[in-house]
Design a binder for this molecule. Structure first.
Ligand code: HEC
Length: 224
């Protein structure tokens, strides 16, 4: 898949076990390092839209499960072109990571934050400044515009503000995330990956919603 944006033309890499065009020759440790710290075995840095800032939080056991899952996919021979970046890539996304433990599920807000990180919700639902950096002081306020074959969509405000999810019930929020339809049954547009979020189980959804309700309430950062 090609992501053709002003700052980059990025081609999503082949992550099937094909040894020549995919990740078949990478060790588990190399894969873990690439996913969690954005460094390939050849030491090059993985650029956007891969949301490494959020994937740094993936726990060891969840990362091991993801790698196991990648390894059992059918190998597909498909050489992808190299991505081109018109912006400087960061020299790194932070220090190397040894061990990450997920928060206890009993701490709903913290565990919900963990899920939001690995579901990289805030990558889209937080406004960016004119250099393309996320404005973390406005976490969840929405406003990023996504253009594509669907026309245009705007990431919504996920904070507990009137212009966000304040007046939504838990059931309405869960339905929006899992089924991709709004309170009135209208379908949302891409690029939110509703098809992948539809399997979030009830306990995880309840933690995710508890986390969204704990965000600082903020005015919607975009226009619809
Ligand atoms: C790739 C970008 C992207 C990611 C990642 C993403 N979203 Fe979205 N989301 C959007 C866009 C864009 C819309 C609005 C679509 C439209 O208006 O048709 C949306 C809509 C929503 C809505 C509907 C809210 C409203 O006010 O109508 C909710 C709730 C939501 N997202 C929650 C989440 C959560 C929780 C996650 C992480 C599990 C997430 N999103 C990940 C882009 C994204």
């Amino acid at each position: 898949m090609l992501f053709d944006e002003p700052p980059f033309r990025a081609y999503a890499a082949n992550i099937t076990p094909d040894p020549d065009t995919g990740i078949g020759k990478w060790t588990d440790a190399q894969l873990a390092k690439a996913i969690r710290t954005g460094v390939r075995p050849d030491k090059s840095i993985i650029g956007p839209p891969m949301p490494i800032e959020f994937y740094r939080h993936i726990s060891d056991s969840d990362l091991a499960a993801i790698i196991t899952y990648l390894r059992v996919q059918p190998a597909v021979k498909n050489e992808m072109p190299k991505s081109q970046y018109n912006i400087p890539l960061p020299p790194s996304y932070g220090s190397s990571i040894k061990n990450v433990k997920a928060p206890a599920t009993s701490d709903k807000v913290k565990y919900g934050e963990y899920l939001a990180n690995i579901g990289h919700c805030m990558e889209c639902h937080t406004p960016r400044n004119d250099k393309g950096m996320l404005q973390l002081g406005n976490l969840g306020a929405g406003g990023q515009v996504f253009k594509g074959p669907w026309g245009e969509s705007v990431a919504r405000n996920l904070t507990p503000h009137k212009s966000g999810l304040k007046d939504w019930t838990d059931a309405q929020i869960a339905k929006a995330i899992r089924s991709g339809v709004d309170k009135n049954g209208q379908p949302y547009k891409p690029p939110m990956a509703f098809d992948f979020y539809k399997n979030i189980n009830d306990a995880d959804m309840s933690a995710l919603i508890a986390y969204l309700r704990s965000l600082k309430p903020q005015e919607f950062a975009g226009k619809i």
